[in-house]
Write a protein that binds this ligand. Structure first.
Ligand code: PEP
Ligand code: MN
Length: 373
């Protein structure tokens, strides 16, 4: 059961104290408080765990600080929507808003290789008005002899260049909880010029101990990729692991499913699930067209498959795009064949605008019409 308090309830107010004392006295019930930072207001939600079936919803709704009470299903307790369309979504991080209504683009390098390439990438982003990027320092590779990423060695120059080019957030995959400390050390060393979104890759979606340790920190938001060979429900439960440890600033990313039926694409594009995830949970939904499609092939209409897949996600309401670019894909150490060229960035962004406008128009078409008196 979730008890949603009136917006901006002050924890020192008598109304809050009366409400909290009543809930605390309930037998066999454990309380957990969560603050949801909305666009215009702060919402406090109190989660009731334990023997909630017998609780009197009306009595709780009558408490002075309570706005409403939502009975939750067992799954995705914190991140779930529980059939309540009104529940607040999203969070702010380093001046950037993430929710189910807006859109952020994270174009960048799959793997950091040279300082020069990082700088060319970030310069292009700045020239195109972008404030977010992706930069892989720790790479999970199929072959143990393949390049594993430059790790902590590259972090200082990546962060310093991010500051130089006004990048506010870098999505960066981590493979071990120690990487959080390494990122923090490098941020301290460089004067914290940028923010980091911790990415959990598809190979680690069900690495529960890693999820728990990432969920225990509250500084960095998290980008959780869907597991490439598990059900959606299993991946959404993985997201709930993060929230259950205290960090609900989670963006959920679709990146395609592993199956040979998707050939010639690298993975089966699963972006039709964007609206379903928004209905089931409160997480903003990201799409990764690069790892889904996996190549720079272009269809006879002149549009590259990666652009098509991106538009398919955007027109369904995706809230974030994670996409590989590289100044010189032939020299890229990881995933060169799927990297877009820097000169394609303006068209990529323009194409996204077209699809986003179409999505907005579609949303208006389905808006409930106002009743005329
Ligand atoms: C990546 O984004 O670089 C990556 C390794 O993706 P995934 O975990 O989806 O394979
Ligand atoms: Mn990659």
């Amino acid at each position: 059961m979730i008890v949603i308090l009136r917006p901006d309830t002050d924890e020192n107010s008598t109304a809050f104290k009366k409400t909290w004392d009543y809930l605390e006295d309930l037998k066999n019930i454990r309380l957990q408080k969560h603050i949801v930072e909305g666009k215009f207001q702060k919402l406090t939600e109190i989660y009731l765990f334990g023997d909630t079936a017998t609780l009197n919803k009306e009595a709780i709704e009558a408490l002075p600080a309570v706005e409403r009470v939502v009975r939750v299903s067992q799954e995705y307790r914190i991140l779930g929507r529980h059939k309540d369309r009104m529940r607040a979504t999203g969070f702010d991080y380093n001046g950037v808003r993430f929710d189910q209504d807006n859109l952020n683009i994270f174009a960048g390098l799959c793997a950091v290789d040279t300082r020069e390439h990082v700088e060319l990438m970030m310069k292009a982003l700045k020239e195109n008005g972008q404030v977010c990027t992706r930069m892989g320092a720790y790479k999970p590779r199929t072959n143990p002899y393949s390049f594993q990423g430059h790790g902590k060695e590259c972090l200082p120059y990546v962060f310093e260049l991010a500051g130089k080019y006004g990048i506010k957030i870098i999505a960066m995959e981590i493979l071990h909880e120690d990487h959080i400390d390494e990122i923090n050390e490098a941020l301290d060393l460089t004067g914290r010029p940028t923010g980091v979104m911790l990415q959990v890759g598809t190979r680690n979606t069900q690495n529960f101990e890693l999820l728990k340790s990432i969920g225990r920190q509250n500084e960095f938001p998290i980008l959780l990729k869907r597991g490439f060979g598990i059900t959606l429900n299993e991946s959404l439960n993985a997201a709930e692991y993060l929230a259950s440890e205290g960090n609900a600033k989670v963006v959920f990313c679709l990146r395609g499913m592993k199956t040979s039926f998707s050939e010639p694409h690298r993975n089966m594009v699963d972006f039709s699930l964007v609206p379903a995830i928004k209905r089931l949970t409160r997480m903003p939904v990201c799409i990764d067209p690069s790892h889904s499609v996996g190549s720079r092939e272009t269809s006879p209409d002149g549009i590259p498959d990666i652009f098509h897949a991106t538009a398919q996600g955007i027109i369904s309401g995706a809230n974030m795009v994670l996409v590989d670019f590289h100044p010189d894909p032939i020299k890229a150490l990881v995933d060169g064949p799927q990297a877009l060229l820097l000169k394609e960035l303006p068209k990529f962004l323009e194409d996204i605008n077209i699809a986003r406008e179409a999505y907005e128009k579609r949303k208006n078409l389905f808006k409930p019409s106002k009743t005329v008196k």
